[in-house]
Ligand binder design. Sequence first.
Ligand SMILES: Cc1cc2nc3c(=O)[nH]c(=O)nc-3n(C[C@H](O)[C@H](O)[C@H](O)COP(=O)(O)O)c2cc1C
Length: 407
Amino acid sequence: MRLPEILSLLRVARPPAPYGARTLARCYSIEDVARRARRRLPLGSRAYLESGAEDEYTLRRNRAAFDALEFLPLQPRDVTDVDTSTTVLGRRIPLPIALSPVGGPRMFHHEGELAVARAARHAGIPYGISTLATTAVEDVAAQTDTPLWFQLYLWGDRGKTREAIARAKAAGFSALLFSVDTTVRSKREREKRAGLELPVPDLPLATLLEGALHPGWAWHFLTSDTVSFPNTGPPDQRSLETISAMFDGSTRWEDLDWIRELWDGPILAKGVIRPEEAVRAADHGLDGVIVSNHGGRQLNHLPATIDMLPRIVDAAGDRLEILMDSGFRRGSDIAAALALGARAVLVGRAHLYGLAAAGEAGVRHCIDILAEELRMTMRLCGARNIDDLDPRLIRRTKPSTRSCPPA
Ligand SMILES: Cc1cc2nc3c(=O)[nH]c(=O)nc-3n(C[C@H](O)[C@H](O)[C@H](O)COP(=O)(O)O)c2cc1C
């Protein structure tokens, strides 16, 4: 018998304290929140959240490329009123920010996607739900009226893909993000060194010790339902290993024609790096692309997305909505990406740190930090609205990997 079942028999009550929320007031940056998150999480979850592929060149490169940008402000300008709202996929949203789809949010906080969805609703911004989400799409949809986007991994078993799309559609999801960068799960050495296993094994000594060192996380984790992937199929296919085996190594652009028959709303390709692939996405009738290197988690030695963005905007910006993710930790990063042509950005770890540190309150806090920094950057650059952010504001310096924080 597993511990959650034992505890449910004993009817152990959950402590009422808002998990980690009190410490947020002293977190002024995403990195401050990240430090709290690292303290709260056991080694395995921390490695899963933060790791990149192999020796993590691309993970570091994402930050180095942002660090190599400088602003050339247009001054003086009347910036008493700054409007950060924009339109993404036909919907007006108050911030040019969406929350990236991620697998396994309940490994970071017991409320997982439900907490993130409530924070997205509070901010009025879109939220992407992964095929490998740890909460059913129907339950997430019940938490928010902001746009929900379903991120699709193409499984070898097309029946499963069809089923996942049908469920997202029935639950009211408004867009499909088709991941083109994950034909196989990459080699994440940091996860291996941390002994990451999913579902969490039946309490070997190492897990018990980690739990003792992180009692807040462990208490909630052990008294909540076992982490699983309810949008991917029957329970016997929910371990990380069997899920990896479900990836379809033969994914091609032509598959989009089949997906188009199943989904009549907007479809975006997630993980586009080459300008000509963005053109192909447009040729296949897609509505947009997400320029992404998966936060440095898939192919190592991919370039930073901010370096590829202008070329992709030049190639297909008049035919597609160009969104971007990977490496955003500051509102100034967001301002730079918008100035270089992104319609909006998605943030992955920058919301997960908040989730891990303090659940819904933590995610809200991270969105507030990014929004406030974006507003301030716009003011200081002389940009009154998103349209005022243009390439004249940006100067590139030589990238320096020395500015990367250590992995
Ligand atoms: C823990 C974690 C899990 C992720 N899982 C998925 C996933 O299931 N599907 C997907 O398309 N992208 C996934 N991603 C990638 C994100 O969608 C996004 O591209 C990336 O996090 C952006 O980089 P950032 O974390 O630096 O913001 C994951 C990222 C993280 C950090």
